[in-house]
Ligand binder design. Structure first.
Ligand code: NCD
Ligand code: ZN
Length: 345
């Protein structure tokens, strides 16, 4: 197999940032993806339907000419999010979901939710209006080890939300553990998960062995190869419609990652589908790539599948060491390394 044509994929978890930074990266996602769920963790965050609509319009204006790309906007939940705001969001055609960041869990999450109980009345409306809840699934309790925060979140928080809102659609985002894979597999059809290319292709050894490599630092943090990375790969290539593509491509300035307190986030929008292809090919499951990349997410959100196609060719190429990012640099995942599939123009 030297060429593969796929329905155009969608990215169900993407950080585009804003302003000049967004202009540097949005064209890469538009080339690869038909649609993307756009994360609302700007500073200040996108907490109202009106802000989501404005951000949507700025994305559209930043797109290179003649690109078709549909940004699907997300409301950032806070302790103060009102029922009215959620009703407003449900009537705003640009808004497709709302995001739960436990306060302090990750980049720009300080305005997130401090206690899930504070948003129960809002979750009630989301359940009724069929607005998916997207979850950064980590506890923030400093006494919980950073490698255990996802598993503890599932046990202590997610299981209660699922029990109390059985009809709520939930995407557990960027899962990183076997615990998450098992939980999602064992739950009913309302619960799904996205998996990033970096959690499929890397584990904590890549980040910590032979020196600290800040470009592998993201949240939730990379885990062990066995059992976690292996479980993620098995889930992605399994053909289960509960697992789908979400890059969590999160560009940061090179100097802000290469610092004494480097930012969390890995940039992968430049080669998203090629990175996933690398995984599926390595495990001889290329025939499963299209479902994961182009069908299961759309089906879960109740949206039509894309009709455009993309073609990948087996052609090795070296990922650039960096890209321009608003006049500075962003270092992509796999920088300077070879990938074996290339997206054709
Ligand atoms: C993301 C970012 O930089 O906005 N960082 C990350 O490590 N994934 C935030 C997030 O999705 O957690
Ligand atoms: Zn993210």
């Amino acid at each position: 197999m030297n060429r593969i044509t796929l329905t155009k994929p969608d990215d169900w978890h993407l950080h585009l940032r804003d302003g000049e930074a967004m202009k540097s990266v949005v064209g890469m996602s538009a080339k690869q993806m038909g649609r993307a769920i756009i994360m609302p963790n700007l500073s200040p965050p996108i907490t109202s339907a009106a802000q989501a609509k404005d951000y949507h319009d700025r994305i559209i204006e930043s797109l290179p000419k003649e690109t078709i790309f549909k940004p699907l906007m997300v409301l950032y939940l806070t302790d103060e999010t009102s029922k009215n705001e959620m009703l407003e969001a449900s009537k705003t055609p640009e808004v497709y979901a709302a995001k739960l960041y436990p306060a302090g869990a990750t980049t720009n999450s300080s305005n997130g939710v401090t206690n899930i109980r504070k948003i129960y009345s809002v979750l009630e409306i989301m359940q009724k209006e069929k607005i998916p809840l997207l979850i950064h699934g980590e506890v923030t309790d400093p006494s919980v080890d950073i490698f255990d925060r996802e598993a503890v979140f599932i046990d202590k928080v997610l299981s209660k939300v699922v029990r109390d809102f059985p009809e709520l659609k939930i995407v557990l985002e960027h899962i990183t553990t076997k615990d998450a894979v098992d939980y999602v597999k064992g739950s009913d059809k309302n619960i799904a998960a996205t998996i990033t290319p970096h959690h499929l292709l890397a584990n904590r050894n890549h980040m910590l062995s032979g020196g600290i490599r800040p470009h592998f630092y993201c949240l939730p943090i990379l885990k062990r190869e066995y059992p976690h990375q292996d479980a993620l790969v098995a889930a992605a290539i399994s053909g289960s419609n509960k697992f789908f593509l979400g890059t969590d491509s999160a560009p940061h300035y090179k100097n802000e990652k290469e610092s004494a307190c480097g930012c969390a986030g890995i940039f992968s929008a430049n080669a998203a589908i090629e990175l996933y292809a690398e995984v599926f090919d390595k495990h001889k499951q290329m025939q499963m790539l299209e479902g994961f990349s182009s069908f299961f997410g759309a089906d879960f959100y109740g949206l039509p599948r894309n009709t455009e196609k993309i073609t990948l060719e087996k052609l090795s190429w070296t990922v650039p060491k960096s890209y321009d990012f608003s006049g500075a640099k962003v270092v992509p995942f796999f920088a300077g390394s070879e990938l074996s599939w290339k997206l054709l123009d």
